[in-house]
Design a protein around this ligand. Structure first.
Ligand SMILES: Cc1cc2nc3c(=O)[nH]c(=O)nc-3n(C[C@H](O)[C@H](O)[C@H](O)COP(=O)(O)OP(=O)(O)OC[C@H]3O[C@@H](n4cnc5c(N)ncnc54)[C@H](O)[C@@H]3O)c2cc1C
Length: 375
């Protein structure tokens, strides 16, 4: 009988193990992943500094110190654009590297990692059975966008985007920068080029699915149209779904919790999901350790309370921003305001990459958006 079985060894799963073991290093924690590590994951590889603040709380530090931080962030939409230095640098680190180091940190803290494709779970009165043979007091479902744990909890998937990413040599004009170019039509739709700092960039294009599913060729065409030259010399192309966050999220009570993409937590405006994955993974792990210390079978209620405190308002503000930006007019106004005022730019970065809110000055800038006939 494991104290905790974590399904999925990505950022959310490794963080769940770290969160539990930081509270009580004597817990038995099993991380189960269908893939052999190190493994790649389709992603933009952009990692906000807040991720490292959180990891520092559980004793994980210096894991990307050999990578070059990125200081500039550029947002464009047509001929509207902003290109500024961020208050704090970001990192662009391939997931093959980042996830491996994170899962190693979880192992160093005492977690066991095995390879297995989990097929399902059953909640019993005092424990949970995974695949009929693994027994655990608690389970964290951190198994990503196509989560079987979410399916077995009977929870419907929310809105999703589809994106393709690849690696391409960094052109001089996009070096040392993270660039997001929003599409001309319905939002969210955007291309990105994130310089890794080693001569290569992570490049890609994604859009929210609203019925028809674009082909890979169409996604690549949009990428090239928004960021000309971005696909030149590109390799390792990989398409993947992004489960987007929406207005609210209320984890359920009990012994099974969802974290990261399994919980549908990706910022619809920027595609950011690693911060949410690490934040919710840590909180789920801590909730498990707390419940075990009280001999309770319910970690979900405490988890719900903690994630609501951390992300409740932020998720509502992000959903509102995404809603307001649908027309593109408000999005343009936000970009123009960020170009005019460093503080509004900083507000947008916090909202898009971590847990920021719509500040009064940002709201004023957004509602002042000119009507179409004034543009
Ligand atoms: C194209 C693209 C670009 C993105 N760009 C960014 C970005 O630049 N910055 C950012 O912060 N976020 C980005 N995201 C989002 C980010 O990739 C995710 O939010 C993040 O990976 C979530 O981490 P996770 O641990 O929840 O899930 P994952 O990283 O997907 O990990 C889930 C793990 O579960 C395992 N698994 C799945 N099913 C099973 C099973 N049945 N049994 C056992 N194991 C299983 C998988 O092998 C995997 O290792 C992007 C996403 C996409 C698709």
């Amino acid at each position: 009988m494991w104290d905790l079985v974590v399904v999925g060894g990505g950022p959310a799963g490794a963080s769940a193990a770290l969160g539990a073991l930081a509270v009580d290093p004597s817990l038995s924690v099993l991380v189960v992943d269908r893939r052999e590590f190190p493994r790649d994951k389709a992603c933009g590889d952009g990692i906000a500094p807040h991720v490292f603040d959180l990891l520092g709380e559980v004793g994980v530090s210096g894991i990307v110190d050999d990578w070059t931080p990125v200081r500039r962030f550029a947002l464009t939409r047509g001929d509207v654009g902003v290109d500024r230095e961020m208050a704090r640098p970001n990192w662009v680190v391939p997931r093959t590297v980042f996830d491996q180091r994170l899962v190693e940190a979880a192992q160093a803290a005492g977690a066991e990692l095995i390879r297995r494709r989990v097929r399902g779970l059953e909640i019993q009165p005092r424990f949970v059975t995974v695949d009929g043979d693994l027994e655990a007091r608690f389970v964290v479902g951190a198994d990503g966008a196509y989560s079987v744990v979410r399916r077995d909890l009977g929870l419907a998937a929310g809105p999703v985007a589809l994106a393709v990413r690849g690696y391409a040599p960094t052109p001089a004009g996009r070096a040392a920068s993270q660039v997001i170019a929003y599409g001309p039509g319905r939002q969210p739709s955007y291309a990105w080029s994130f310089d890794r700092g080693d001569g290569w960039s992570n490049v890609g294009y994604g859009e929210q699915l609203t019925g028809t599913r674009p082909t890979r060729a169409e996604l690549m065409e949009h990428l090239e149209a928004l960021l000309p030259g971005a696909t030149d010399g590109g390799k390792s192309w990989w398409g993947h779904h992004l489960p987007l966050s929406s207005w609210s999220w209320r984890p359920q009570a009990g012994p099974v919790m969802l974290a990261g993409d399994a919980a549908g937590l990706i910022n619809p405006m920027t595609g950011e999901g690693i911060y949410y994955a690490v934040a919710t993974g840590l909180l789920a792990g801590r909730a498990v350790a707390e419940a075990l210390s009280k001999n309770s079978a319910d970690a979900g209620s405490s988890y719900r309370h903690q994630v609501t405190r951390l992300l409740g308002r932020h998720l509502r503000h992000t959903a509102l921003t995404a809603q307001l930006s649908r027309s593109g007019r408000v999005l343009n106004a936000g970009i123009r305001a960020a170009a005019a005022d460093q503080r509004i730019f900083d507000d947008l970065v916090e909202l898009g990459l971590a847990d920021g809110l719509i500040t009064p000055r940002l709201l004023r800038a957004l509602v002042k958006a000119p009507r179409p006939e004034q543009v």
